[in-house]
Design a binder for this molecule. Structure first.
Ligand SMILES: C[S@@+](CC[C@H](N)C(=O)[O-])C[C@H]1O[C@@H](n2cnc3c(N)ncnc32)[C@H](O)[C@@H]1O
Ligand SMILES: [Zn+2]
Length: 276
């Protein structure tokens, strides 16, 4: 892990800056966190262990599905909206495999990223996705282990939104990019496969969750149709929260009778926010 990136991280116990000493990140108060052999740093306090992030199977499905490029339109929209300078820091909250973060960093060697996720399986992936990214395990509902005002861009893609903390870590002229699903998102699969549907109040909940800490500066719909074979449908379902409550054998039977390819709508809103 890049020592420069560790110096942007905060100790989860005392909020002092961390510094890398060999394979251990330490604060001045003597709290110490060993780098995992898979390359990520676990800054989740022991008392928080047991919070459920994405499972190994969900992260595996996400890696394959995103790697095939089905959501590249979302990634491209984020790259444009980020408008990064040559040496900016980007933090992704609930980063999963780091697919969007790595894309937004583009080709500049001097840009850096911090991938935050509560799932160790996701953190393992994000640690490998790009050498410019530091992968950190933490709980996005608690204080984020990142120094005040250090990020030029914060990404939040289908992930938990802790407005106060995301505003704290952003530079005053920084921007928050949020991707949320629209009602039509994956609509062709929701009923047939019993997936979790997007609630009608999603838009109001987005506004409520960020009000007070952020002002919206833009919003765009990213929409297209995807042509999915049955394997891709299976991976898509298994990477979503629906994976937690669906019976796998029933799911496979339902997928087996889908037409091939199945045409599925991708429909999300990318909104841009400035800290207030
Ligand atoms: C739907 S996935 C999205 C992942 C990634 N942004 C993407 O779109 O590929 C949600 C992610 O949030 C993570 N997550 C859930 N609860 C969290 C929490 N309390 N703190 C940090 N991450 C969390 C999950 O582990 C998962 O990786
Ligand atoms: Zn400390």
């Amino acid at each position: 892990m890049n020592p420069d990136l560790v110096s942007v991280l905060r100790c989860p116990v005392c909020a002092d800056r961390l510094a890398l000493d060999g394979r251990t990140a330490r604060c001045a108060q003597g709290h110490a966190y060993d780098l995992a052999k898979q390359g990520y740093l676990n800054l989740l306090p022991a008392a928080s262990n047991g919070i459920e992030g994405d499972s190994a199977a969900m992260v595996g499905a996400r890696t394959v599905f995103l790697g095939t490029g089905y959501y590249v339109a979302i990634r491209d929209a984020l790259i444009l909206a980020a408008g990064l300078g040559a040496d900016d820091l980007v933090v992704e909250v609930g980063a999963g495999t780091g697919y969007y973060l790595a894309g937004v960093l583009g080709t500049s060697d001097r840009r850096r990223g911090i991938a935050l996720d509560v799932s160790k399986y996701a953190a393992r992936r994000a640690a490998k996705v790009d050498p410019r990214i530091a992968s950190v395990v933490c709980d996005a509902w608690k204080e984020l282990p990142v120094v005040d005002g250090s990020a030029q861009v914060v990404l939040n893609v289908f992930a938990p939104r802790n407005a106060k903390e995301m505003a704290r870590i952003l530079a005053p002229d920084g921007r928050l990019l949020v991707v949320t699903p629209n009602q039509q998102h994956l609509a062709e699969l929701v009923d047939v496969l019993g997936m979790v549907s997007v609630d009608e109040d999603k838009e109001r909940r987005l506004q409520d969750s960020l009000d007070g800490a952020f002002v919206r500066t833009g919003s765009e719909v990213v929409e297209e149709t995807m042509s999915l074979d049955r394997t891709a449908v299976e991976q898509l379902v298994l990477m979503t929260p629906s994976a937690r409550h669906l019976n796998y054998r029933d799911l496979l039977q339902q997928i087996a009778v889908l037409p091939e390819p199945t045409i599925v709508t991708l429909s999300v809103t990318l909104s841009t926010w400035r800290p207030q």
